[in-house]
Design a protein around this ligand. Structure first.
Ligand SMILES: *[C@@H]1O[C@H](CO)[C@@H](O)[C@H](O)[C@H]1NC(C)=O
Ligand SMILES: *[C@@H]1O[C@H](CO)[C@@H](O)[C@H](O)[C@H]1NC(C)=O
Ligand SMILES: *[C@@H]1O[C@H](CO)[C@@H](O)[C@H](O)[C@H]1NC(C)=O
Length: 149
């Protein structure tokens, strides 16, 4: 009897915790860029974004990369100004989103806001080499979540 009572209270607790953990504010998701691949040289992030999208307004992208060390190449995250600089990996007018030390621990978080044009993300290391040769770039146009009751 005691066993079943304990089992029942365990189940109740689990249900309660699941309810408490469900987001009360929104359905926004946290997405690790590249999934298990994280943010590194030589993985096709455009393809990853196409396969894992669409991404929604208020979703958070998490860029995870190791801080500079003797055994890893440093990475960073920039936002390219427009499609042309994205295509050519030209960083001249790009905006720094995360420096080489910002991808450690929980990663670098970036919330996708409502926008008319896509975000163009790229790694800025080696003057665009990681972007052009390492495929470390992708575009995201966050879309609204439509839930019609
Ligand atoms: C990356 O993937 C995209 C989409 O599948 C493809 O169009 C592109 O050619 C790939 N890039 C490279 C360098 O292979
Ligand atoms: C995004 O979050 C902001 C602030 O929390 C909220 O005002 C807005 O309605 C949200 N937008 C969507 C599309 O969920
Ligand atoms: C990294 O390399 C530098 C210079 O060769 C050396 O002084 C340092 O101890 C190395 N650090 C680690 C963690 O191996």
């Amino acid at each position: 009897m005691g066993f079943f009572l304990r089992l029942a209270s365990c189940l109740l607790l689990a249900i309660f915790m699941a309810l408490a953990a469900s987001p009360a504010t929104s359905d926004a998701a946290k997405i690790i860029v590249g999934g298990p691949q994280r943010w590194h040289f030589g993985f096709n992030y455009s393809e990853w974004a196409c396969k894992n999208g669409p991404f929604y307004i208020n979703d958070t992208l998490v860029f995870m990369y190791d801080p500079p060390s003797n055994t890893t190449f440093p990475h960073s995250v920039y936002m390219m100004k427009d499609l042309k600089s994205y295509r050519t990996c030209n960083l001249k007018k790009a905006k720094l989103v995360g420096g080489v030390a910002d991808g450690g621990r929980g990663g670098l978080e970036f919330v996708l806001k409502k926008r008319k044009k896509p975000y163009f993300f790229a790694c800025g290391e080696r003057a665009g080499f990681h972007c052009s040769q390492g495929m470390m770039k992708f575009a995201v146009l966050p879309v609204p979540r439509v839930c019609l009751g």
